[in-house]
Design a binder for this molecule. Sequence first.
Ligand SMILES: [Zn+2]
Ligand SMILES: [Zn+2]
Length: 407
Amino acid sequence: MSTLPPPGEGGAPQTGLPAPEPTIDTRNTRLDDGINRCPRCGATDIQLRPSVGMLVCLFCRHEWAEARLDETIANGDLSTLTGTTIASGAANIAAGVDSVITLKCGGCGAEVVVNTAEQMGARCHWCRHVLTINEQIPNGAVPDAVLPFQITHDAAMTTIREFAGKRRLFADRAFVRDFTPQNVVGVYMPYMVVDANASADVAGFGEVQTRRYTRGTGDNKKTVYDADVFEVQRHVDFTADDLTLEASSARAQMNSAINTNNVINTILPFDTENAVRWNASYLTGFTSEKRDQDVAHTTPELEHQLLSIARAQVESSISGYDRGVRWERERLQVHGTRWVAMYLPVWLYSYYHEKNGTSMVHYIAVNGRTGEVMGSVPVSTPRLVAAALTVGTVIEGIVIAILGAMG
Ligand SMILES: [Zn+2]
Ligand SMILES: [Zn+2]
């Protein structure tokens, strides 16, 4: 038998990595006075211009960008990564830290209140300066980095219109009537982006077919296989770069009976290597969802993804077992991890659908970088039947495609 301990006796994946103090400081101290000034004219009316990925000063039109996070933090050889390294924006959320933050205006000294659950900046009502939350408050609202929108609002509306249009024949009449692309909103979603250095051992049984023949006659005829069974063990050392883990409990525990917001997972991946240092001006005109999950909360999902990678890595070495390998024991050893909190850009169109007393929220989501789109469109059964009579046999495939999209 295998030398690996059975599951539950040290063979199970390690859980609950300790969450030490942050060791990478990503604070953008240049902006700590709450005022993000245009480097050319000093104005504070600044926002993202998605088509070029730059911040633009609305006063003098000067354009600039924050540095990529990858360029500002040490990003060495992942195979030497040990321990748990946490960037300051991914630190544990402190209990009792309010969403409501009071900023002292650097222009006139007035105190301006910002509710970080809804926005990351406000205009001083006395001197008209725009104040933004750039200091890393430990309430989950300020990550280490932000991946700016690159797909414009117009492009997102076109994509969503096309997505819904292709399915319009099967969509509910109310959905078709109420479809308003103007309700497409840009949302920054919170994620933990993790690098890891790990090893895994897997053990089980592989089968190689030696003979195949038929037994019995007539209705009792059966095909029988003879196979040699082998004990199989594999060890793999590997690194993973930028694994993307949901850091909002509302997204991680999706109740698909009342909403279908897990569509976000279907528009991954994002080019997280292009994320830039935090600057709240990237959020002007967009909404954001606060992170409420810490390193410890997202560690089980990280281990799950690492084990999947390990299984995929040993796949090529077991092709000789033509009847497959059944893994019975798996052990993951995480040698080192590096955690960065990040906002990722998503265009969202939501639609509230009520039918037979049940209400559902449907979403169409567009990856704010790649334009990848996925969503759920409510399906009206009578219209599907009508279509089936017209289209004939093709309909089965289409129905499956739509149900798949509802995931
Ligand atoms: Zn300017
Ligand atoms: Zn002021």
